[in-house]
Design a protein around this ligand. Structure first.
Ligand code: ADP
Ligand code: ZN
Ligand code: ZN
Length: 742
């Protein structure tokens, strides 16, 4: 025997989430981080080698041998192994679930491999080759191949198979396997964009960041107004990182929505850039991962999971649009990519750079004076747009007034007039509404009946393109009713506007406009986002209607008008962050206008024009918003001044779900009292969840608000234990400061 390996088996179950010892057979080279095949009970499965030991306390007959090494190269680097341990402790997940984050899913179980082609080359040269040609004059097909290969190696697929076989048999030609890369669409094309001259503000920011890079790292918040050129700061910093022989990660909220970021980084870094995200094909993801792992690609761009990219010697981790909710995973392990980036930057002595025009309240708070050094971010500001371009002019329109003046359209007179002007001047417009579909609910005029999903506790949305009512939670569809199912009246009316309705209104009022729509419904196919945005860029489309998909990071020089059709849609949701979300959305969409020579104009339609979230977004005054919002959070005791934790219970048997939630409330209360933590509890209770039913499952929640003095780690561990102990038929999920409170 050759020593022992501690292995985490690739099965996600708490009962097996520990290290198992296997023997390393003689002659097998096993290294930590490798994926190996092992016997487990009667089966053969895979596992991750976490460490190696010389000795082992178990009796020899109890220790079974590793069967084989699945991949030669370790798939989990040492720092990522350490990171997995950290995730396991911090997010209370199984270690194997943390390890699985570190490599493309398809690599486990060998579901994808390198794509190879078979190529042929000459095995003879000089006199031997001449002699061979002389001796085979009567085999023209073979000689033709010899001639082709004389000019260079060739793919076997283009060569005559029988002649090739004969040549191989005679020893004149050799066949070998050649690895092919599957290149993601976003990275095809050439890379030759020159650097622009940085502005003074950019230059100062770059100086500060490269200084930190060269002196052991640091943590920064780059707060730059929309169009201030944050990307250029990232690029310059990354260039320095590469000069120092180090590597870089750039996280973006969603790759499909940020094709420009990918194009820019690829334009500057060429083959050094790689993308990692879930919309790649399995083969593409595998190849990109290997290009990174081998050190060939040193700049990785990707959505949140790219924070686990297998890079060594990281110099910077950038988190662009750091306020986006997509950085927090909504599946177990429920990690926050910003927190992971923080930890990983620390491991590498790297710079952590969070960037946004509208930082989240909790991030910005860390950049304020008085924060303890281990939690602090240094603030760097870009206050101006590049080339001193003005911020767009924003006008808030009170929709109540429109209605009383007899305008029943979803566009105010102002928005219609601006759109007319924009089109006449040959510019482009973006119209934003944070809801898809045509009409958001369908109701009977006579009795008030609203069509709801019978599986979920929500009203159904009418989608014109498929002429169906659709539930946005479970996807169920119904034909629209001709008569009210409750009273039989034929007066069925459609209320509330979504993207389809806005598109229709543009077509009705502006038959000359070339309008496109971007929402989940129009972007289901691979690369559909990029196609729509390309048509907009080329000017084939001059009005782009969309959901928050069009709010982020897009940079189109010819956009002169942005219309926010219904700014308050997100304002009154049952969530303490609803104002913050509204402020971010309105500021971000407004920021899409006037980014180049064409000055920008923004029309914000609302029924609540005096709300500070709308007013301050219109003024694009982040600092005032932060001051106001953080004061509110402090007084109302919401995060980041407290922690909210909840366990969501769901299941078909509503009584069982309810009983489980109520029993856990009692257990948690007892635990808190026994440990003297009662005084740290600001709120505790089990109740029906705001959305009582989804997909036919009834939902309850156990909600806890804890003050900062409280030992959240201990409480979370206790709540996780309660969730894990939920009876058969009840699903229970722990969430800490969740993105959604429905
Ligand atoms: P932000 O992310 O801060 O909104 P971007 O990084 O998208 O801003 O930059 C806005 C626009 O300004 C882009 O078209 C970018 O190419 C351009 N830009 C950035 N820096 C400079 C510069 N120093 N000189 C000229 N153009 C620049
Ligand atoms: Zn009715
Ligand atoms: Zn439903």
């Amino acid at each position: 025997m050759n020593g022992y390996a501690q292995v985490i088996v690739d099965l996600s179950a708490e009962a097996v989430d520990r290290r198992f010892t296997y023997a390393v057979p003689e002659g097998m080279a096993v290294r930590p981080g490798q994926l190996v095949a092992i016997p487990f009970g009667p089966r053969t499965i895979e596992g991750f080698v976490v460490s190696l030991t010389e000795e082992c306390d178990l009796p020899p007959e109890k220790v079974r041998p590793i069967l084989r090494v699945v991949r030669e190269e370790p798939v989990v680097l040492p720092d990522l192994m350490e990171l997995a341990e950290w995730l396991h402790e911090r997010y209370l997940c199984n270690l194997v679930d943390a390890l699985r984050l570190m490599l493309p899913a398809e690599m486990r179980g060998g579901r994808v491999r390198e794509k190879t082609s078979r190529r042929a080359r000459l095995a003879l040269s000089g006199e031997a080759l001449s002699a061979f040609i002389e001796a085979n004059k009567r085999a023209p097909k073979q000689l033709e191949i010899v001639q082709i290969l004389g000019r260079g190696d060739a793919d076997t697929s283009g060569l005559d198979a029988a002649a090739l076989r004969a040549l191989v048999k005679k020893g004149a030609v050799e066949i070998y396997a050649h690895e092919q890369r599957r290149t993601p669409l976003a990275l095809s094309g050439d890379a030759t964009t020159p650097d622009p001259e940085p502005t003074d503000e950019q230059r100062r920011a770059i100086g500060r960041l490269t200084g930190a890079l060269e002196h052991g790292g640091g943590r920064f918040l780059l707060h730059g107004v929309t169009g201030s050129g944050k990307t250029e700061v990232y690029i310059r910093l990354i260039r320095r990182v590469l000069e120092l022989g180090r590597t870089a990660i750039v996280l973006v909220p969603e790759i499909a929505l940020t094709p420009q970021m990918v194009a820019w980084l690829h334009g500057r870094f060429g083959g050094d850039a790689a993308v990692l995200h879930s919309a790649l094909s399995a083969g593409e993801r595998f190849d990109e991962w290997r290009r990174i792992r081998s050190g060939e690609a040193r700049v990785v761009i990707g959505a949140r999971s790219a924070v686990f990219a297998p890079l060594e010697n990281i110099g910077v981790i950038v988190v662009d649009e750091e306020h986006e909710t997509t950085y927090q995973s909504d599946r177990r392990p429920r990690y926050d990519a910003r927190a992971v980036a923080w930890k990983r930057a620390q491991q590498h002595g790297a710079v952590l750079l969070l960037g946004s025009a509208t930082p989240s309240i909790s991030t910005y708070m860390r950049a304020m004076p008085g924060v303890r050094p281990e939690n602090r971010l240094e603030l760097i500001e870009l206050r101006r747009r590049v080339k001193n371009r003005p911020m767009p002019e924003v006008e808030v329109v009170d929709m109540r007034g429109e209605f009383s003046r007899g305008n029943h359209s979803i566009f105010s007179a102002r928005l219609s007039a601006e759109l007319r002007k924009c089109l006449d001047e040959g510019h482009q417009a973006m119209l934003f509404i944070n809801r898809r579909g045509h009409s958001t609910f369908v109701s009977c005029r006579a009795c008030g009946y609203v069509v709801r999903c019978d599986q979920c506790d929500v009203s159904m949305t009418w989608h014109q393109s498929e002429n169906a009512l659709r539930c946005h939670y479970c996807g169920k569809t119904l034909p629209p009713p001709k008569r009210c199912p409750q009273c039989g009246s034929a007066h069925i009316k459609y209320f509330g506007a979504g993207t389809e309705r806005v598109q229709e209104e543009v077509r009705r009022q502006f038959p000359d406009a070339r309008v496109a729509r971007m929402d989940i419904d129009t972007t289901r196919e691979k690369d559909a986002h990029a196609r729509i945005l390309d048509r907009f860029r080329r000017g084939e489309v001059n009005v782009l209607v969309g959901t928050q998909m069009i709010a982020k990071g897009l940079d189109f020089p010819n956009v002169a008008l942005v219309g926010v059709v219904a700014a308050d849609l997100s304002l009154h949701l049952p969530d303490y962050r609803s104002v913050e979300r509204t402020f971010q959305l309105v500021t971000q969409v407004a920021g899409r206008a006037g980014r180049a020579q064409v000055p920008g104009r923004v029309v914000v339609q609302t029924y609540d024009p005096d709300h500070y979230g709308i007013q301050l977004a219109a003024a694009q005054d982040y600092r005032a918003f932060y001051t106001r919002e953080s004061a509110y959070r402090r007084s109302a005791m919401y995060p980041p001044f407290t922690v909210i934790a909840r366990v969501v219970y769901s299941g078909r048997d509503g009584e069982a779900v309810k009983a489980c939630a109520l029993a856990d409330e009692g257990r948690l209360r007892a635990y808190l009292d026994e440990n003297g933590m009662g005084r740290d509890v600001l709120q505790l209770g089990a109740a029906e969840a705001p959305i009582k039913q989804i997909r036919g499952e009834l939902r309850w929640q156990l909600l806890l608000k804890l003050s900062f003095r409280g030992d959240m780690e201990a409480v979370a561990a206790r709540m996780q234990a309660l969730a894990d102990a939920a009876p058969e038929g009840v699903r229970a999920e722990l969430e800490i400061n969740p993105n959604n409170m429905f």
